[in-house]
Design a protein around this ligand. Structure first.
Ligand code: HEC
Ligand code: HEC
Length: 337
């Protein structure tokens, strides 16, 4: 009994220590205002659990502040806003470049095509603010509007890069897409037509093998693969190798989600394909060999190709289009203020 008590006490002491050390690390005010409206992210059962940091709780006010920053040119030194390259109508990508879409990134922990930034949403947002935009924090602090907003949301009298990244993170976590026809099909509230169903079957069986990397739910495994776009790797095509320096990572890129894929052309890290038909053709018969090619792409059964008929290809594309979610691209919470 006594021993048990000691064990409990020492365990709580460890927890307490952990708690204190966490508190020390975070420079976000602990006496954050309480009169904010908490915001809960809901998602279907087939999504993985969403991890949320305790020191940046989601509130409607915080999301709205992040939204203002996202659409505001004040964040950059050259008149650009994040939204200049990431359009809501295109699921926050753009048809003129290989910009990555912003869809369910709250579940992600590696960012950018080569995974250069690993960590939390706050980490990638810190990268965007400090390194990509090199935001003029003094300018931010001269804005009466933002000073008032940051005081309201984070109870801080000064705006820091960290707080900018926190507010942007809140906005990004709210970018949840979960309302496509495919979701309604998963939830048994709608059905797929014959072609979409055949496409689904190709996607989720060895015939197409797509689901191994574009896992159902988020439609990404959040990992890196070489899918055989090239056999010689130069420049940007070296992919993850640029980050790790490991030869085995040559040509490896982050698996993008396929949600809203109909809206996010051009495709691949260098935007080399403009249509989904071209992408499917790649998987069907254009996979190039190299030492780092993903084993899934080289299964003997595939004889270096999927052997899809033109009907199969049309069906697969029809299925991919069931991942379009217009409630996401029209979500007022995410619109330009
Ligand atoms: C000039 C165009 C442009 C602007 C402006 C821009 N981005 Fe991007 N963004 C891109 C491109 C291109 C990529 C892919 C780059 C890569 O992976 O190397 C990208 C990737 C990202 C990613 C990674 C997504 C993922 O799945 O890993 C995030 C997050 C992001 N941008 C957020 C922002 C934020 C926040 C801002 C504003 C502070 C911003 N972007 C401004 C073009 C832009
Ligand atoms: C071995 C893992 C893997 C398999 C299997 C796989 N993919 Fe991919 N997919 C990826 C990766 C990684 C990328 C990004 C590659 C790049 O840009 O270099 C990608 C990119 C894509 C894109 C373009 C996404 C964008 O935003 O640009 C589409 C569409 C796509 N895959 C569909 C499919 C379909 C359909 C199948 C099945 C026929 C499939 N994938 C099988 C890993 C995979």
């Amino acid at each position: 009994m006594f021993l048990r008590l000691i064990r409990i006490i020492s365990r709580s002491a460890v927890l307490l220590l952990l708690f204190w050390s966490c508190r020390k690390e975070s420079s976000v005010p602990v006496d954050a205002p309480v009169n904010l409206t908490p915001y809960a992210i809901t998602y279907p059962y087939y999504f993985p659990i969403l991890e949320l940091p305790a020191n940046n709780p989601l509130t409607l006010e915080g999301i709205d502040l992040g939204r203002h920053l996202y659409y505001d040119t004040i964040l950059s030194r050259d008149g650009r806003a994040c939204a200049n390259c990431h359009f809501q109508a295109s699921a926050f990508t753009t048809y003129t470049s290989n910009a990555l879409a912003h869809i369910n990134l709250g579940w992600n922990n590696s960012f950018l095509w080569n995974g250069k930034v690993q960590g939390s949403m706050e980490d990638i947002m810190m990268f965007e603010v400090e390194q990509f935009f090199n935001t003029d924090v003094a300018k931010m602090n001269r804005s009466v509007f933002y000073r008032k907003e940051f005081k309201k949301v984070y109870n801080s009298d000064t705006i820091t890069p960290q707080l900018l990244s926190y507010a942007l993170s809140q906005f990004f976590r709210a970018m949840v897409s979960k309302n496509s026809l495919c979701d309604k099909f998963f939830l048994h509230t709608a059905s797929l037509n014959a072609s979409q169903t055949r496409g689904f079957n190709i996607f989720t069986t060895e015939k197409g093998d797509c689901f191994h990397c574009h896992s159902l739910g988020l439609f990404t495994d959040n990992k890196f693969h070489n899918i055989g776009l090239d056999s010689i790797f130069i420049g940007v095509n070296v992919g993850r190798y640029n980050v790790t320096g490991k030869e085995s990572d040559l040509g490896h890129f982050k698996t993008p989600t396929l949600r809203n894929i109909e809206l996010t052309a051009p495709y691949m890290h260098d935007g080399r394909y403009t249509t989904l038909e071209e992408v499917v053709d790649h998987y069907d018969s254009k996979v190039k060999h190299s030492n780092t090619l993903d084993p899934i792409m080289t299964k003997p059964s595939k004889l270096y190709g999927l052997g899809l008929t033109s009907q199969d290809k049309a069906d697969l594309v029809a299925f991919l289009k069931t991942l379009t979610d217009t409630s996401f691209t029209n979500n007022p919470l995410l619109q330009k203020p």
